[in-house]
Design a protein around this ligand. Structure first.
Ligand SMILES: Cc1cc2nc3c(=O)[nH]c(=O)nc-3n(C[C@H](O)[C@H](O)[C@H](O)COP(=O)(O)OP(=O)(O)OC[C@H]3O[C@@H](n4cnc5c(N)ncnc54)[C@H](O)[C@@H]3O)c2cc1C
Length: 420
């Protein structure tokens, strides 16, 4: 078979790309589309692969979202997010809300904020945190929380590891926020389909030719020189352009080249165990959207409330637990974490022993957050440029090996399709 544009992966990036070009074939290893933008319906609960909310930064994609759905089919929310710190909730982000801490802790944070040693240049992510926020803010929240999330030594991450997703704040903003709340984060408002994020995948599917989407078709090998992809079933596809959306580290291994395999082995990332949990009744936590947990005695780093976002009447949650890439998440581990999660949900007061778990499921997201590592950033970029010369374009959150949102993936896919 010969195609002009061979797209690997039918997640939000691959499907968006196909919506903006004519001559294509999408090969997807699973038997359903969506990648990580997928919704599972269990009984009366709608669950994503951990909450997948749309925080639009472009009018174009926001308008597309709004135009494609009836107003009754989605919710529009002003985000309500908190940090569970020493048995109480404080507003997120921590650094902007230190005035909500107990007096002694507030003084520590303020004192260190004023005496921090700011530098022109920082060596790594942790170094930058200390330089910009001072010891107390870092050690009370930024360090333990991000260590739970990324499951790595934060000195291994690049200064800019979180890009625009990191809520920077200077002294002035922190002080001003004590009197007047400043809402300047990238995701203060969000839109969300009432039937889950996958609704957007269904909309993207309407724009493509179903005969040009092959499920259960995993790419196993790429012959760069001859522009040829081999599928797991042995089928060969000749292409002019190859659009990759699978994780870059996995893609490099398909190229049968020692240099690329070596780079692939150096790239690191975390994995996340997600629990979606449906209970028989509403919690007293009945307005929060999601809560961050820096305490290392709590197994999860974030817990979200679908029921508070969708205004439904039974507690429906997602829980996220971070792991290093090499840690195997066995059935035994999942069971252990589920028991721990239920205990910890009681400990933090979200449920008590009168709550009944009606339905649940676990999902492993592997990879989940890539480690943007300054040692390899340059090599990754150079490799992507090298591959572009062979008409191979790697896009999407994992294809580009970056930290980005679903909308960013859509913007990137559209721009590339229009460019080629
Ligand atoms: C915990 C978590 C929470 C998130 N929350 C949000 C949020 O609230 N809002 C937001 O905007 N973004 C969120 N994201 C980011 C979002 O999930 C991604 O940006 C987006 O889904 C990436 O889409 P993609 O199409 O690039 O990749 P993917 O969704 O990974 O799609 C890649 C596709 O390739 C397929 N594939 C893999 N290998 C092969 C192969 N060899 N051959 C063929 N096919 C293959 C896969 O099956 C998959 O379908 C979150 C991410 C995580 C980890």
């Amino acid at each position: 078979m010969k195609v002009k544009n061979l797209i690997i992966g039918a997640g939000i990036s691959g499907l968006t790309y196909a919506n903006y070009c004519d001559n294509y074939l999408i090969v997807e290893k699973d038997n359903t589309p969506g990648g990580y933008c997928r919704t599972i319906v269990k009984g009366e609960y709608f669950w994503d692969y951990a909450g997948h909310f749309f925080h639009f930064k472009t009018d174009e994609f926001k308008k597309k979202f709004i135009d494609s759905l009836d107003v009754s089919e989605y919710v529009s929310k002003n985000k309500k997010t908190y940090i569970y710190y020493k048995n109480k909730l404080i507003d997120y982000p921590f650094q902007m809300n230190i005035h909500q801490l107990e007096k002694e802790e507030f003084i520590d944070c303020l004192y260190d904020l004023f005496n921090k040693k700011e530098q022109e240049k920082y060596d790594n992510f942790l170094d930058m945190l200390y330089g910009k926020f001072g010891k107390s803010i870092v050690e009370k929240f930024l360090k333990p929380y991000n260590e739970k999330l990324y499951a790595c030594d934060l000195t291994k991450l690049d200064v800019d590891a979180m890009g625009r997703f990191f809520p920077y704040a200077d002294k002035e903003a922190i002080i001003n926020n004590m009197k007047t709340k400043i809402n300047s984060s990238y995701n203060n408002t969000f839109l969300y389909p009432k039937k889950g994020a996958q609704v957007i995948i269904e909309k993207l599917l309407e724009g493509i030719d179903k005969d040009k989407l092959l499920f259960n078709s995993s790419v196993k090998e790429i012959d760069i020189k001859n522009k040829r992809a081999k599928l797991a079933n042995g089928e060969i596809i000749d292409y002019e352009n190859l659009i990759n959306t699978i994780p870059f580290n996995q893609f490099l291994k398909l190229l049968n080249n020692e240099k690329y395999t070596e780079l692939s082995n150096k790239l690191t990332y975390n994995k996340i165990l997600v629990f979606n949990l449906g209970f028989n009744k509403k919690s007293s936590y009945n307005t929060e959207n999601w809560i961050y947990y820096p305490d290392k005695n709590i197994n999860f780093y974030r817990a979200g409330f679908y029921d508070n976002i969708l205004d439904t009447d039974k507690l429906s949650m997602y829980i996220e637990i971070g792991y290093p890439k090499d840690k195997e998440i066995t059935e035994k581990e999942i069971k252990k974490q589920l028991d721990l999660t239920l205990k910890n949900l009681q400990k933090v007061g979200i449920i008590d022993n009168t709550f009944k778990l009606v339905d649940y499921m676990s999902i492993v997201m592997d990879p989940a957050y890539i480690h943007i590592d300054s040692r390899y950033n340059k090599i990754v970029k150079e490799t992507m440029n090298e591959l572009q010369k062979e008409n191979i374009y790697s896009i999407g959150r994992y294809g580009s090996w970056t930290y980005c949102s679903m909308e960013d993936c859509m913007v990137e896919a559209k721009e590339l399709a229009e460019k080629i």
